[in-house]
Design a protein around this ligand. Structure first.
Ligand code: NAP
Ligand code: GDD
Length: 337
């Protein structure tokens, strides 16, 4: 029988890939979108373009994670088999500027969803988008047994959501799982996260429409994977008989500096000539190194990453070069979905 899924954060990077994955598996997919004064569905437009039309199985609903009634109504009306809570104020640096909002949307909103499930009595499976940012200053490698020491309002909010998910599993027997995902990227990554900021700048510099790239801390180390592979792991978690928590990562570590270097190399430019640093892009508290140990996911889910660091950098740079060329040629036209 056809399954129904509800995804919060459908318009984000992961949401758009998860929509594609679930549609390809024959799901009826319901997603949330926020009211915005400008188009905010560009990633889903990419999905529509790939399909050649607006996907038949996809419905979008206006909702906001800060508005309990919108969340409760969706859960009650749709009665989904699976719920993926991907919506969040997901920018770590921004969470220092809007900590209370981040605590609400990235933290308390998870309780809103879990309560909506419990109160409506719907028989569903729940996925919480937990984050390696929760490990914060605890040294790598990090796995499911590693203690959390968050270093940002975002990280604190994600720890609240993580434990709330486990609490509802233990208290009410919900099939609720946490995916503790390390950084994952793609050409749909938000333009202000470091990888995309770099690849966009490199493409624009190579195409002669930008002069330099200004960054913060180049020494930070991250474990960067490829987003489409990570949404596959989310789905796998909800297909297990028992709910559980899993680290999803590559185990491969690189600094921001190495990412910059590899990206400029792709277009045959010297990174040092075009890159500057400015303290305005540094954070009040930094997470120095995140490197994931995904052996539990490999063992229990049969999940492993396949895209290499170099492969990821090349793909993102190439896609951004193409996007700049399309922009120059006036080929980027937005439509309502
Ligand atoms: P993203 O691109 O920033 O997408 C976030 C989504 O949440 C967007 O659809 C956004 O809507 C929506 N959203 C923001 N505020 C909301 C609100 N008040 N009500 C309803 N929706 C709201 O993030 P992502 O990279 O896809 O990540 C997906 C999830 O995984 C997030 O929870 C993130 O914190 C978590 N995560 C990400 C990573 C990673 O490396 N990407 C790693 C670990 C965990 P708009 O499009 O309208 O802004
Ligand atoms: N964004 C940004 N912009 N980061 C910079 C910059 C810059 O100009 N310069 C250096 N960095 C450094 C940051 O200080 C950080 O150490 C690293 O690059 C990565 O920053 P982001 O790409 O913003 O990602 P993040 O690691 O803070 O958070 C992302 O990954 C988390 C999982 O670990 C986000 O996707 C979170 O939502 C996610 O939970």
């Amino acid at each position: 029988m056809m399954k129904t899924a509800l995804i919060t954060g459908t318009t984000g990077q992961d949401g758009s890939y998860l929509v594609e994955l679930l549609l390809s598996k024959g799901y009826e997919v319901h997603g949330t979108k926020r009211r915005s004064s400008s188009f905010n569905t560009s990633r889903l437009e990419e999905v529509a373009r790939a399909e050649g039309h607006r996907p038949d199985g996809l419905s979008l609903h206006y909702a906001d994670l800060s508005d309990a009634s919108s969340i409760t109504n969706l859960v009650r009306d749709i009665q989904p088999d699976e719920i993926y809570n991907l919506g969040a104020q997901s920018h770590v640096a921004v969470s220092f500027d809007i900590p209370e909002y981040t605590a609400d949307v990235t933290g308390a909103a998870t309780i809103r969803l879990l309560e909506a499930i419990r109160a409506s009595g719907v028989d569903t499976r729940f996925y919480q988008a937990s984050s390696s940012e929760m490990f914060g200053s605890t040294p790598p490698p990090q796995n499911e047994a590693t203690p959390f020491h968050p270093r940002s309002p975002y990280g604190c909010a994600k720890v609240f959501s993580y434990w709330s998910t486990i609490n509802y599993r233990e208290a009410y027997g919900l099939h609720a799982s946490n995916g503790i995902l390390f950084n994952h990227e793609s050409s749909r990554r938000g333009e202000t996260f470091v990888t995309r900021k770099i690849t966009r700048a490199v493409a624009r510099i190579a195409e002669g429409v930008q002069n330099k790239l200004v960054l913060g801390n180049l020494d930070a180390v991250r474990d960067w994977g490829y987003a489409p592979e990570y949404v596959e792991a989310m789905w796998m978690m909800l297909q297990q008989d028992q709910p559980d928590d899993y680290v999803i990562a590559t185990g491969e570590a690189h600094s921001v500096r190495e990412f910059v270097q590899a990206a400029f190399e792709r277009v045959n430019l010297d990174w040092e000539r075009y890159t500057e640093t400015d303290s305005r892009y540094e954070r009040p508290a930094e997470v120095d190194a995140l490197i994931g140990d995904y052996s539990k996911a490999k063992r229990q889910l049969g999940w492993s990453p396949t895209t290499t660091f170099t492969g990821l950098v090349h793909r993102m740079v190439d896609d951004d070069v193409q996007a700049v060329r399309d922009e120059k040629a006036g080929r980027n036209v937005r439509v309502e979905l």
